[in-house]
Design a protein around this ligand. Sequence first.
Ligand SMILES: Nc1ncnc2c1ncn2[C@@H]1O[C@H](COP(=O)(O)OP(=O)(O)OP(=O)(O)O)[C@@H](O)[C@H]1O
Ligand SMILES: [Mg+2]
Length: 589
Amino acid sequence: MKLPILAPNQRILVIDDNQAIHEDFKKILLPADPGSLRLAAAGAKLFGQPVTPAESPGFCLDTAASGEEGLSLVESAREQGRPYALAFVDVRMAPGWDGMETTARICAADPDIQIVICTAYSDYSWEEMIARLGQSDRLVILKKPFDTIEVLQLAHALTQKWDWGQAAGARMDQLATMVTQRTSELQAANSQLKLEMAEHARTEAELRQAQKMEAVGQLAGGIAHDFNNLLTVIRGYTNFLAQDLPRSEKVVEALREIDSAAERAARLTAQMLMFSRKKRMQAQPVNLPDLITQFGSMLGRVLGEQITMDISGGDTPLVIQADPVMIEMVILNLALNARDAMPQGGTLQISARSREITHGAAQRHPQSRPGLFACLLVADTGCGIPQELLPHLFEPFFTTKEPGKGTGLGLASAYGIIKQHGGWIEVESDPGEGTRFHIFLPAEIKAASHRETTPAPPPARGGKEIILLVEDEAPVRQLAKKLLERQGYRVFEAGSGREGLAVWEQHQHAIDLLLTDMIMPGGWTGRELADRIRAKKPEIKIIYSTGYSPELFSQDMLLKEGLNFLAKPYLPNHLIETVRRCLDNPPPA
Ligand SMILES: Nc1ncnc2c1ncn2[C@@H]1O[C@H](COP(=O)(O)OP(=O)(O)OP(=O)(O)O)[C@@H](O)[C@H]1O
Ligand SMILES: [Mg+2]
């Protein structure tokens, strides 16, 4: 760092063992006293010469009689912050250091000082001096005897050089500081930019993922809607037969098989509805360890003997707000994948524990966030997943299985479900060693039991009221009609909204309740039909039915399951109960 000297530095040191030389330098470099100046001016006048204005060099001069003394003056001057700009050093000094030694030491002690070495012809050659002191722009050689003007010029030029050196040094320091500062600003801006770019890429990837899910969701939602109608018919008629057929062991067994197959189909339908979130989530407090233990033991039977189950829910309750059926579906999907990954057998581990996610840990995964979570682990010892496939795992229809073996919907639906639960999935895999899926779900503090056992509902009651049943799917309509008529109701049916209104016009005031599908071909929705009928008979009771989630319609209408809303596929008892409850109660406010 350069010394902060702003005023011109005119301090000069003369090092010479000869006192007379000191005096010579003083005469040349120090301001002349006013008396002698006046004398010079009078002399000039007397001899008719022009009187030049008195020139005052204005240097400040110190002298030293030896190299040692000179060095000590240089050192203390620097310490005091008033260094010398220039030193005149005599080469030949006795006793002690000669001029070479003195110069070398002074240069080492003060990196800025300029040196004039005063030498006679007989002393050292220029080459010898350079060999001794090194080539330097701080050294000037002055041959004796000196010329006054030469000394004065050297003093002016070299002190000025010192000043410029200082100014340049200060400017360099300033520039270096600016460069450092600017560099760190650029580095900060650069890392901020990198962060933003990463964030952008992440958001973009998430958006793409969301769009894919949405597209598949629409497709799956449409298919599931039709499936729900079919399942309503299958399960309804199965129920019918169970009640009406003569009860032989074989028949009961067959009907039970049909019903349980239909129930599984209903679950698959629900899985399809998962992407678009058209499937309602029936959240309740669920103790994850209980769910794992109960569902895990059932899984063991499904997966076969080759797979060793290692299930540990732990003893501590770990409660989440969840739809237990959905969470089971996630575990089932992961377990089936694990089974497929272990054709020769292996171990499937399912466990749950609580995890506190810190801010730092939350950076690791795009969807993770800090907080208390229940972490569900599903791990296998199977073939593993190659690193390059990991990013595609949760994409709908991504499968490595041969046609007919996999649809690629398992993990996509698991992803959708976990997202709907406010959680996320992480996966790690070592090809050849196995795969671990970690599912994080927001943990609740309060305790609850897995699937509260609700008491069996009392048998549903019928009635004598008149019902207008509007449903575009003929089999569903016929089933519902039969079920209702069996309970004593009179039922008029229609296959579309317009037909429904026509039937209503015929029977006008006789009709007590409208049971209508929400979405029907032919222009009118169930809602539009209901509005038209209600305009004519405000007290009419209405039940809406659909395989879609009621949330889709709930922006401007209040739908209450079991009161004015009937989710498809429905079981006969559910239909009968809803109809009775709707007739007996005022509509939801
Ligand atoms: N535990 C696992 N071990 C090895 N590979 C797996 C595992 N889980 C998933 N995969 C890979 O991820 C792909 C996608 O799984 P996903 O469950 O979504 O679909 P799928 O199993 O192929 O079909 P589906 O589940 O619809 O019957 C699988 O085809 C398989 O390549
Ligand atoms: Mg699968």
